[in-house]
Structure formats: C-alpha cells, structure tokens
Design a protein around this ligand. Sequence first.
Ligand code: NAD
Length: 740
Amino acid sequence: MTDYRNFKIDTDKDGIALITWDMPDKSMNVFNEEVLVELDKIVDQLVADDAVKGVVFTSGKSSFSGGADLTMITGMFSTVKAETARNPDTAQQVIFDLVGKMSWLWRKIETCGKPWVSAINGTCMGGAFELSLACHGRVAADAPSVKMALPEVKVGIFPGAGGTQRVPRLTNAQDALQMMTTGQNLDPKRAKAMGLIHEVAEPKKLIPTAKAMIKNGLKPVQPWDEKGFKAPGGPVWSAQGAQLWPAASAILRRETQGNYPAAAAILKCVFEGLQVPFETGLKIEQRYFTHILQTPQARAMIRSLFISLQELNKGARRPEGIKPVKLKKVGVVGAGFMGAGIAYVTAKAGIPVVLIDKDMDAANKGKAHSESIVQKGVQRGKTTKEAGEKLLSLITPSSDYADLSDADLVIEAVFEDREVKKTVTEAIEAHIKPSAIFASNTSTLPITGLAKNSRRPKNFIGIHFFSPVDKMMLTEIILGRKTSDKALAVALDYVAAIKKTPIVVNDTRGFFVNRCVLRYMNESYNMLIEGVPPAMIENSAKMAGMPVGPLSLNDEVAIDLSLKIIRAAIADMGEKAVDPRHLELVERMVETEGRLGRKNGKGFYDYPAKPGKKHLWPELKTLYDQQDASKIDVQELKNRFLATIALEAARTMEEGIVTDPREADIGTILGFGFAPHTGGALSYIDEMGAAEFVAMCKSLQRKYGKQFKAPKLLVEMAEKGETFYGRFGSSESAATRAAA
Ligand code: NAD
C-alpha cells in the first residue's frame, strides 16, 4: 500500500478500510492542496482494490477537522487576482474549475461504488462536514466536544462543496436554510434529528458502529441518486414551498439587510438546486461560489474574520524573545459588575482566582455571579455539574489583600475614580511580588496617568474588558508610556488563556474602541437634533450593517454614563471639546426626564414589563422639529454612521494609537459590531478606496459639520492611491494579506 503523509489506512479482515486522517505537523486536520491530492489517490486505490468492501473515514486527532485551511483560501484569492490580471476572458473559467475541486472529489467518493462511512469523533466544520455528507453513512460520537456546522457564511462565503445541495436533500428546506445562513453548530442529537447523520454512538463504539453499518449492507448509493427521489421538504413548487420561499427571502432580508451576498447565494443555490438533478445542482452551487468569492464582502470578511482573527489570537502582537507565561494565580480586585465577570472567565480557563472587595459580603456577591452562570449552564446542558463545581472551586472570595501575595497578575476593577484607583493600587502593591503584573480595567482613565500611582510602572498595563465579560470576545490591551514588553507578553498570554481576542493599543483618552463607538452615538445625537425621525435613525444604522441602533446602544451603556463622559471631557479639555447641543440633549434626557437607559426602564426607548416589547420613547420626536421622512436620503444616513466611525479609526492610526490595521478592524467588529460585512472600519475605507472615501467625507462635512473632516493621513493616502493594509501592513502576514 502506498504511504500517505496525512492519512493512515488499515484494512481489517472483513475488508473494511479504515482511513485515519492525522496531519503530522498540525494540531487540527485541515484541507490543503496536499490533502486533496492524497485523498484523490486514496479513493482510486481503494476502489481498485477488490479486497476492500467498504471504507470508514475518521480522524486521528481529538477533533475531526476545521475545514479548509488558510493557504487554500488565500490561494483561491491569489488565483482570482492573478487570473483576472492575466486574462480576464478566461479567468472566470479558471476560478470556476478551481472552486469545484473539492466538490467534485466528494462527488467521486459518493459515486465510487463502495460504501463510505464518516465516523465523526470531534468538531467537524465546513468542507469536512460536506465530505461527511457525501459519505453514504454518517455516525457521530456522543460527546459534548462533537459539533458539526457549515459556518462559511460567517466569513462571507458559503458551503461550496456540495453543502447547499446535500443538506436540503436530507432535511427540510427550512431547517437547511436556517442552518446554513446562520452557520449554527449542531450537536449530534440535533444533527440526527435533522436527518444529517444516521447514528450517534458512544465515543468508544464509534468505529465499530461505523463498520457495522457497512457489514449490515449499507448501499453505496445516495438517496438522491436513486430513481424517484423526493426531497424531504417537498418540491419548491408545492403548497409547502409556497409557504416557505417568499417568507424565506423576506426573513433573510430582515436579518441581513442585503449586506451579505453569500447568505442570499445559499437561498438561490437551494431554491434552484432543488429543481434540477443533483449534479446540475452542484454546478449551480459552483457558479454562485465563483461569483461570491470575488465579492468585496468575501474578501474583506475572510481577511478580518478568518485570517486576522486567527493571527491576533495566536499572538501576532506578542513581543519576541519572552517565554510563554503560564499563570498560576490571578487576583481580581473589585468584585462588582466587571470584576465578577473577569473572575468567572479566568476560572473557566482553569486559573485559580482570588476575588477581593472591600468586605466579604461584596466579595461573595461577586462570586455569586459565577455561581449563577454555572447553574444556568448546568440546567441548559452546556456544562456538567462536576465541571461547574471545579470552576467555582477555583474562585476564592476575600477581603484580605495579603491573599494576592502569590498572584502572577492582578486586575483591578474598582470604581472609575482616580483617587479610589490610587488607594487600591497602593494597597495591592504593598502585597504582590515584585514580578507580578498589575492591570487596570479602566474604561476611560489613561494608563500612563494611573501608572503614576505605581512603584513599578513597567509592570503596569491596561486590560480593558467589555461587558458582559463572559460573552464579549474582545479585550483591549493598553500600553502606558512605561509599560514593558514583559507586561505586554503576560497580558497577552492571559488573554489567550481565557480565549479572548486581544488588540494592543497605545494610551489615549477613550483608548480605541470607545473613541470609535462614541462617534456612532454622537452622530445619532446630531440626527436627532436635525429632526431625523428616531425610527429612521435606528433603522438606517441597522441597514448599514450595525447590529444595534445607536439609540438602543446608548440605552444599554446608560445615558447618565454618556453625561458623565461629556462632563469629564469638558472638565479635562474645556468647553470646546464637546458639542453644546449634545450636552443639552443628554442633560435633558437624564436630569429633566429621568431617562437613564435600560437600567431604569426609560431611555431613548421605553421598556415595558414583559410581555411588552421595548419601543422608542414616543415623546422623543417632540424634542426637535421633525423633518419629512420621505425627503431624507437613507443612503446618506447609512454613510454618515459608517464614515464617522471609520474616520475616528483612521485618526487613531494617524496618531499611532493603533498601529496595525488588523487590530482596528477586529476591534471595531468585536467591540461593537461595526458592519461585519465590510471587514471592519479600515477595510471599509480600503474597499471603497481612500480617494472615494475622502470625497464622500468632504461632501458630508459640507452638509453636516467638522466631524467628517478627513485627517491628513487619509488625504495623503487618497492622493497616493494607498490602502491601510498596504501602508501599515506588518511583514509577517503580508503574503496572506496581499492574497486577500
Ligand atoms: P461596580 O461599581 O459594579 O464595581 C466596582 C466594585 O469595586 C464594587 O464591588 C466596589 O465595592 C469595589 N470597590 C470599590 N472600592 C474598593 C476598594 N477600595 N477595595 C476593594 N474593592 C473596592 O463597577 P464596574 O462597572 O464593575 O466597573 C469597574 C471598573 O471597570 C471601572 O474602572 C469601569 O470603568 C471599568 N469598566 C466598566 C465597564 C462597564 O460596562 N461597566 C466596562 C469596561 C470597564
């Protein structure tokens, strides 16, 4: 038998070949060119071998596979670029053939004449799940780690290796659409209920169960290749279909606002594919994939949400030459809203935490937050009782700073008050070891200033979490003027341990994320003041791709906090630092109307008791003379929201607050959901082109004011035809970036 680098084949006495996929130098199996070539050869070899009666395909790693790898995806983008430049007439055919490679190899497996069973032992994503769907039998191990999904839509593409054709031929079209347009994870039970897998087996019995399927006479023919096949959801042109399809397009439109061509392509592939023979369906899918791959959304989303995200998670910004640090103990001081959440995510990562507050009552209350998350998790089957108890045992509430003496990292999350922070910093430093790193979770106070309270400013850093801490994936790491590389390395190792994504920024008022998000809310104040109807403000923001309207977001963060921020800005930088009309609006909301936001059930929205639904405060439109809605240009409102944020991101690049465009993009998407289809605030400018963006901003500036003034950097980039990624891209991933 031939030797393969990535696969092992053992044929048993019954003639069942077990293929074990186990890539030698990777922690997870992924598809790349070499794997596909080997797999193709394996299919030929096993088909030719008369001794082989059937095939079981599994993974030798704890997970099954993550799907296509980076080199394959970026390779596709490189081909698109190169071929389009070389010969635009033939480029589409070359791209079409390239994107069909996987799909037709999977088809070769399902028509090879011998039964194949996929034995899914762990996470099985994208192309790997599509390969499994092409197998005649599918069995998954019954374990919490086993998840199956076709998540491509989350990065701007869609299942292009037969997924859109096989899923709706195995389950009803509605569930198929739901699964693929959201990219949701399925556990084995759900996958079986949907008809996507045949069996769920105890992990130890996975391979025997798969082999038994073959021994019991599994037919090497897929249902859709049998005469008279009918899709479980019925034909498209039927009473059932008439209920589904018009609603499906409307729902997709509501959910995506037309911003995600890949999601729309899924609908088209399923709708068109179900009306034709299976192989024609595969060609339809291939044709849509060829098109989607060349959309700006696919380019930008893959770059940010696939490539950059992975790079940042792997420590792209970690200083070189410092050994990885495994934290043995973390201290959290301030067991309030944020501190309690930080303690939870730390313990969840298996790190012991001491959680300190002024007294034991407050510290215990902080731990109770974790208890409640664990309890809900156990109830919903997301965690086990044992795992929950283990997590809780790692959190030690305390009111004694001496308990911090052996902590490697201490995170302070006490009141946002310089004096309180000073006292607490001194109290902590009186007990911690000299090598310990001190991090502040401040959301507004510059780190360099806070570090003045420290005897060891080199060890002082900002780790800014977002709320709710257990859900938000981003952390913003802030370097003070004296922060050392060691402190940065420890902070990054901690963030990696708790499985969050870090961005590293230099010190400034509001850091990066809050500076950008404030612009979003400020523009909504401007629109209110101009008399744009509030519903139009919210809807246009959502149409631009923002997950939450600015007024709703302001309610979540609290309007009295906005007032505090405005007043602090005036106190620190003078009256000119803020627009007096904004102060007047926010003062009126908070002080005259007593509307603080969601927290007191009254903000820009009203929050009636359940089952009532939140709705815009009716009086809001009486505060300013209303414009005639039909005369307002919605596209311009959308442009204003995205442009004001993107401009602020560009300013932070000019000021050197953010130094790497990947971080600005990821920070804006993970921090507050900046229109993900754009790839983030700077990708938004890059895709539009600096010249066009600057021209748009000039026009907005003339109409709406100086918030749209483009910084010098952008004007220069517009003149030179530069992009952020071209100008500021770091060398280590220049290749992947150029390709994308
Ligand atoms: P909070 O009021 O809920 O909690 C603060 C906690 O600190 C309280 O439990 C209080 O008892 C404790 N505390 C005060 N003085 C103390 C002392 N001397 N010793 C020990 N404990 C003391 O506040 P929060 O919302 O959790 O904010 C904490 C920090 O996190 C602030 O710096 C804030 O700016 C920052 N932050 C808040 C958010 C947010 O959304 N709330 C987001 C990011 C960052």
